[in-house]
Design a protein around this ligand. Structure first.
Ligand code: PFF
Length: 452
């Protein structure tokens, strides 16, 4: 039985608060180190065009759908499906979302913890006199240490819990409204510095020069997968946030603003990183070593590098924190609404439970390789399970739910806030959620599983 809260449900207090929180969720590690590399390596401007088509054509409609489910039901992802489709098995989609939140946070908090270690390192040594091999050794020693990465991960989970514990308006909204503008200022400072470096143009060419010969089926599907992860769609984060959006707000506009902010920051991150990498004549690398080896090496050599290193790792930590908050909130909303717990108790219990799995993920990368499932380390397994299975499946069922299960008039009512706003493109939206998005997502899903 769903617990009916006796007090009024917490909600975001302002439109800007909604956008800060949802953009905070979307803008994360996925934007800052993953997007730039994927862009540069997959045809630059050509990839960007495809990515933008997916963000606009599929990302925004899925985001709107999550907001609709959340705001219509005024519940957490599980309770939302129970309330909107009583007696039907749709609630399983909500359970899947809560499971996805658990798995995402367990491995995401490992890397989030690393950003704190490197932030402290930037403050204390500024990576002075480090070489590429000593930076590589540094990263390996840190990962294999066990104790330090776990400690930072727990500190990061504590910070996440601290914000969520305080509530939606007094915690999530309050902190994201402070942190997101700081993030924007930092990235602009880093961009200006990067563009002014000698030879920066080569980095911009690497990022943006369209190379259509690199575009093939796999790259197209990669673009869709990246759009999903980056926009935080497919697992109920935005159902949960949607349930805190006031009835008068325009959901379509909100989704467009959040998606634009997410894409803008991803592009700005590329401009902060690649012109600097090329200016120093360094080969860009993929994945964590781009951020934790290549960039420190550049900061070590750059004028003002000490200062820029601190800014960069602050940027990463802030981006990660506003994302982890949104993921923890999914579990906390579920426990407090469905399991009759106070927000405070729910926060402590879920942060603790996720940390247990998280510690396993962290250790599986270094000192405890025996922690593996189906030939993957626990870390990689959680990454794979969430990004390649749970998110796309969740996204698929979310659009099918709004497209086929909810009544058309109810969807229109929610989108127009009960007739307060004009809804342009309603038919296009319906065609997308009924047909185009399900087909596109199914293709990515099957590709990720290696079926096609
Ligand atoms: N969107 C975040 C990023 O790009 O790093 C990651 C993320 C957060 C994924 C929340 C999914 C989610 F529900």
């Amino acid at each position: 039985m769903a617990h009916i809260p006796t007090t009024e449900r917490d909600s975001f207090g302002s439109k800007i608060g909604v956008i800060a929180a949802a953009a905070g969720s979307a803008i994360g590690l996925g934007n800052i180190w993953r997007f730039p590399y994927v862009l540069g390596n997959n045809g630059g401007g050509a990839f960007l065009i495809i990515y933008l088509v997916f963000v606009v054509g599929i990302g925004v409609p899925v985001m709107i759908s999550e907001f609709i489910i959340g705001r219509r039901s005024q519940r957490n992802p599980y309770g939302a499906f129970v309330k909107l489709a009583p007696g039907k098995p749709w609630y399983l989609v909500g359970i899947m979302g809560i499971l996805a939140a658990f798995t995402i946070l367990s491995f995401y908090s490992t890397i989030a913890g690393w950003t704190l270690e490197y932030l402290i390192e930037a403050f204390s040594t500024g990576f002075q006199n480090m070489t590429k091999s000593s930076l590589n050794d540094n990263l390996n020693t840190f990962i294999n240490n066990g104790y330090r990465p776990v400690l930072w991960q727990l500190i990061f989970m504590f910070l996440t819990g601290y914000v969520v514990y305080a509530g939606v308006k007094n915690g999530i909204e309050k902190y994201t409204k402070i942190l997101m503008p700081i993030l924007l200022v930092i990235i602009i400072v880093l961009d200006v510095n990067s563009i002014l470096l000698p030879g920066a143009g080569k980095g911009l060419t690497f990022l943006f020069k369209p190379d259509f010969s690199k575009i093939n089926g796999e790259v197209v599907l990669e673009a869709l997968g990246q759009a999903f992860f980056s926009l935080s769609i497919g697992m109920g984060t935005l159902i949960t946030y949607g349930s805190y959006i006031q009835k008068k707000e325009n959901l379509g506009n909100t989704a467009v603003s959040v998606s634009m902010a997410d894409t803008l920051i991803a592009i700005l991150a590329g401009i902060a990183i690649f012109p600097a990498v090329f200016s120093f004549g360094i080969n860009p690398e993929a994945g964590p070593s781009l951020v934790f080896v290549t960039l420190p090496l550049i900061f070590e050599q750059m004028t003002g590098g000490y200062f820029f290193a601190i800014l960069f790792f602050s940027l990463l930590a802030i981006a990660a924190l506003t994302s982890t908050i949104s993921v923890l909130e999914v579990v906390v909303a579920y426990l407090s609404e469905e399991r009759n717990m106070s927000r405070k108790k729910a926060t402590v219990i879920s942060a603790a439970a996720i940390s247990v799995l998280g510690i396993g993920c962290t250790l599986s990368q270094g000192p405890a390789p025996q922690l593996h499932i189906l030939g993957k380390s626990l870390f990689d397994a959680m990454d794979f399970l969430s990004a390649n299975i749970l998110l796309p499946l969740g996204g698929l069922f979310i659009v099918l739910f709004v497209g086929w299960q909810l009544k058309r008039l109810d969807v229109l009512d929610e989108l127009s806030s009960g007739g307060q706003h004009k809804v342009a493109f309603f038919r296009v939206y319906l065609i997308i959620v009924r047909f185009l998005a399900p087909i596109a997502i199914l293709l990515v899903f099957l590709n990720n599983l290696g079926v096609i």
